[in-house]
Write a protein that binds this ligand. Structure first.
Ligand code: TXA
Ligand code: MG
Length: 346
């Protein structure tokens, strides 16, 4: 497939390039564009044939529902019905931004978009390029993360260019995604809202606005994963080619353990990669990728670090464990999935 590439600077948005890409979307074709979380692979959410192309480009199971992206908050009323007060509070407080709400769908949303469910996931992104693209397309845009199914979500222009060129009709190269982790998915159709996927908007932030919020209990353990309420959470995900392990323990023990594992791997001729906090990077032997100094930085760098490991032909990756407070909940959720829940005690 011929892919039309547009390079767009977020600080000086070229309206002609936006128009070119949005036209493809309006014609029922697929376009990849940046959002504040990760790059999305978009198509007209109301057009079944267009949506089918998303699943084909990603190699994604078709029971996995898509998030519908809108330009204006008012557009949510065309897609969803029986929207309750808590949903309104969340949308008013956090939109535009990295949160997706699950609502009861109207008939206009095809089952191919909702993965056969009676609900629809809706999000209003804040990224200026994403907003221009959706506005200009004039239709709501279904967009999963723009990776081949199972791979880490793309957070940089290079990621989508390398992985998706030739698989979609258009790609907007628009720099780095600042949050770097996918949106928080919140089901607001139930009496007490439930987080189906943790993201950069945290449980605490949500509870400040609507009171008690639950977290889908199946997210915590591998065995329970098949019961996850967001269909996407039950699939293998975020996997680089390398085998990933999380090493759990205090700082000193973790460093000692990882270095002894690196020595063992060296003897076996295996190349080892390490993902750690910036402050620890000089303590390790092996190929070290620093994830940054704060949890926010770790969230923003995680997927790129996993992709870097593949670029360096790493066989085994050890990652430090991170706190599960605040955005740490989302980080550890993605890290555990990419490690297939393999944890080594230091
Ligand atoms: O940040 C994001 O959300 C990115 C950007 C592109 O917006 N999109 C994204 O989409 O991560 P995707 O398709 O990779 O993940 C959507 C998640 C999946 O886990 C899916 O199962 C869940 O949301 N989901 C979508 N619709 C749902 C529904 N009606 N009920 C429950 N879960 C739903
Ligand atoms: Mg995804």
């Amino acid at each position: 497939m011929n892919t039309i590439i547009s390079k767009i600077d977020i600080n000086d948005i070229d309206k002609n390039e936006i128009k070119k890409q949005s036209k493809l979307l309006a014609e029922g074709k697929t376009v990849i564009f940046p959002t504040e979380t990760v790059y999305g692979l978009g198509a007209n959410a109301l057009d079944e044939d267009a949506v089918k192309k998303i699943y084909e480009a990603k190699g994604r199971p078709s029971d996995n529902p898509l998030i519908v992206h809108i330009y204006d908050k008012e557009d949510v009323y065309n897609l969803a019905k029986n929207i309750n007060e808590k949903a309104e509070l969340i949308m008013n407080k956090f939109w535009p931004g990295p949160i997706t709400v699950i609502l009861n769908k109207k008939d206009v949303v095809p089952y191919r978009t909702s993965g056969g469910l009676e609900t629809v996931a809706v999000r209003m992104p804040s990224h200026l390029i994403a907003r221009e693209i959706i506005k200009e397309a004039g239709v709501p845009i279904a967009a999963p993360s723009a990776n081949i199914s199972g791979r880490p979500s793309p957070t940089k222009a290079d990621h989508v260019y390398e992985e998706m060129k030739g698989r979609v009709s258009g790609i907007v190269l628009g720099g780095d995604c600042n949050f770097g982790l996918e949106s928080t998915v919140l089901d607001v159709t139930t009496e007490t809202p439930m987080i189906l996927r943790p993201g950069s908007i945290t449980k605490e932030e949500l509870e400040d606005v609507i009171g008690t919020v639950l977290i889908d209990p199946s997210l915590e353990k591998k065995e329970d994963n098949k019961k996850a309420k967001a269909p996407g959470m039950k699939y293998t995900h975020y996997s680089p080619d390398a085998d990933v392990y999380i090493v759990s323990g205090n700082r000193e023990d973790t460093i000692k353990k990882i270095n002894s594992l690196v020595a063992e791997n060296n003897e076996k001729g295996l190349k080892t990669g390490i993902m750690c906090l910036e402050e620890n990077k000089n303590s390790y032997n092996g190929e070290v990728v620093s994830l940054g100094s704060t949890l926010e930085e770790v969230g923003s760098n995680l997927f790129d670090a996993l992709r870097q490991m593949d670029k360096m032909n790493i066989d085994i990756v050890y990652s430090e464990e991170f706190s599960t407070s605040g955005v740490g909940q989302a980080i550890m959720n993605r890290l555990l999935k990419s490690a297939g829940y393999k944890i080594i005690k230091a």
